[in-house]
Design a binder for this molecule. Structure first.
Ligand code: FAD
Ligand code: AMP
Length: 476
């Protein structure tokens, strides 16, 4: 095969595209992965939004800011006396950048180990499964592929009346790279990204106001958990205004005036920085040349079937650019499935069992249906909860807040949904994901031994509470 002929060409090296390329390499296919991501410092890097401007840098700052907060407010309770605690934001940001660099360089190493040809540049698909790559120096190279995988990801939604300038009115990426703590921070959107970024800067000292158009807080989350979360965020000083729709914003004189409307009428809020976190949209700009025939729906998503096949033979699409939750792990599984299917193997994604995590403190994680969804579906159900206040390990961690909740079917005991707000909820949910993947009954979890004292006992006790058999809890 010539240097430009491949079995598979993947466009996009985010968490959907790079795993597709790696698995294709493992399947002994000749594979190239093309990516155009460029960081603010001008360097190209594989890893897409997730590694460069999303999951990883946000988690680095959430960790650092939480430690800062705990050093100030919690260490004393443990009997640890510290002097004056000061923030060195430059060092915190340096650490964030260095984690990102290590991880994105890691992809290069993984590509090498799995025989993937990584190519930096813009990829444009032509009819007949060709991909023209425009390199950083403007040179063009045409790749021919038996199969093409489109993994171009997503980009932040910007509001026309809130003109993004990258300095005062910013997106989530800019908000991860602030070099000073804004005294007053506005966030539009109380979704996952808005709450995580709001938490980071609140902990580091900003006065944070979150403006959310919807009247309901976290509508996609089980409402017992959402209410508990709202209470904690309020206590932390996050001012979350619900039913507050932002109409416009304008930066002037080093500040931003934000106009929003709620039930009482129109108001103006002045902040030093305004983060627009109103969601993300699929990104397909410059991806498809005329005549490829690949169908894109009205909202901009590439249309695919349940196996991520587009309408064009041997063209596949995965990750944020297709339907389904915009989550890195969902894209990863789709990428792996597609690479296995291309190689003639088996591949499947169980869309019913995809965990979600909000990395606030307390952390929020869930899988399956909320109680509200089960109720609306009409299937008789039973519920068990267990509070972390009754968990010895959580208490020892000074983290006795929140709860685990399990919703199960009354008829056959199937676990329908697991919802956790509390310490390391994102780690705890993995057990529930595995249980649901194996169609576990509640009794299966009840009869599974959980080490003591661990946070995972909360899941065990919640499962017991479903049948009013909790030992350490009150069976609510
Ligand atoms: P992307 O990561 O967007 O990658 C697409 C890549 O394709 C990019 O590198 C892009 O430059 C490249 N590309 C696009 N078009 C072309 C082209 N024509 N030629 C060449 N290259 C191209 N998800 C989680 O699961 N957990 C989290 O904790 C989490 N936190 C987040 C925090 C923030 C602040 C943000 C913004 C997102 C977060 N997400 C999180 C979402 C997650 O980042 C996305 O779901 C994930 O990155 C989608 O992966 P992807 O591969 O589909 O797309
Ligand atoms: P997510 O899609 O989870 O990232 O969340 C984005 C949030 O932004 C949603 O809850 C939207 O309701 C909210 N949102 C969108 N537009 C506006 C607006 N103009 N003013 C306030 N909130 C908004």
């Amino acid at each position: 095969m010539s240097d430009n002929k491949f079995d598979v060409v993947v466009i996009g090296a985010g968490p959907a595209g790079y795993p597709a390329a790696i698995r294709a390499g493992q399947n002994k296919l000749k594979v190239a992965c093309v990516d155009e991501w460029k960081n603010f410092d001008g360097t190209y890097a594989f890893g897409g939004t997730c590694l460069n401007a999303g999951c990883i840098p946000s988690k680095a700052l959430l960790e650092s800011s939480e430690l800062f907060q705990r050093a100030k407010d919690e260490f004393g309770i443990h009997g640890i006396k510290l002097g004056d605690i000061k923030l060195d934001l430059a060092a915190m940001q340096k650490r964030r950048a260095s984690i990102v660099k290590t991880m994105t360089n890691g992809i290069l190493a993984l590509f090498k180990a799995n025989g993937v040809v990584g190519i930096q540049g813009h990829g444009r698909m032509l009819p007949g499964n060709k991909v023209v790559v425009t390199g950083p120096d403007g040179s063009e190279r045409t790749l021919e592929a038996k199969s093409v995988v489109l993994a171009s990801g997503s980009t932040p939604i910007l509001l026309k009346t809130v003109p993004h300038d990258g300095q005062y009115i910013v997106d989530s990426w800019n908000a991860l790279e602030f070099d000073a703590v804004p005294a007053r921070l506005g966030v539009i959107g109380a979704g996952v990204i808005g709450l995580e970024l709001g938490s980071v800067w609140r902990r580091l000292g900003s006065e944070v106001t979150v403006l959310e158009a919807l009247a309901q807080f976290l509508p996609m989350v089980d409402q017992t958990i959402a209410k508990e979360a709202q209470r904690h965020f309020k206590k932390q000083g996050l001012d979350i205004k619900l039913g507050a729709k932002v109409l416009s914003a304008a930066a002037k004189g080093g500040a931003v005036d934000v106009v929003y409307a709620d039930a009482q009428g129109e108001h103006t809020l002045q902040v030093d920085k305004l983060v627009v976190a109103v969601g993300r949209r699929p990104f397909t700009e410059g991806l498809l040349a005329d005549g490829t025939g690949v169908k894109v729906d009205q909202r901009g998503f590439i249309e695919v079937d349940e196996h991520c096949r587009t309408n064009v033979p041997n063209v596949w699409a995965v990750g944020d650019v297709v339907r389904g939750p915009m989550l890195a792990h969902k894209g990863k599984e789709e990428g792996v499935m597609v690479a296995d299917l291309i190689a003639g193997g088996f591949g499947e994604v169980n869309y019913k069992v995809i965990p979600s995590v909000i990395y606030t403190a307390p952390e929020i994680a869930w899988v399956g249906q909320t109680e509200e969804e089960v109720k609306a579906g009409g299937r008789p159900y039973k519920v068990g909860t267990f509070p972390f206040a009754a968990s010895g390990r959580a208490r020892a961690m000074e983290a006795g807040q929140g709860m685990a909740k399990i919703v199960s079917a009354k008829d056959d005991d199937e676990v329908l949904g697991v919802h956790v707000i509390g310490p390391l909820a994102g780690e705890l949910i993995a057990e529930a994901v595995l249980a649901m993947e194996y169609s576990a009954s509640t009794e299966d979890i009840q009869r599974t031994i959980h080490a003591h004292p661990t946070l995972s006992e909360a899941i065990h006790e919640a499962a017991l509470a479903v049948d009013k058999k909790a030992i350490d809890g009150m069976n609510r």
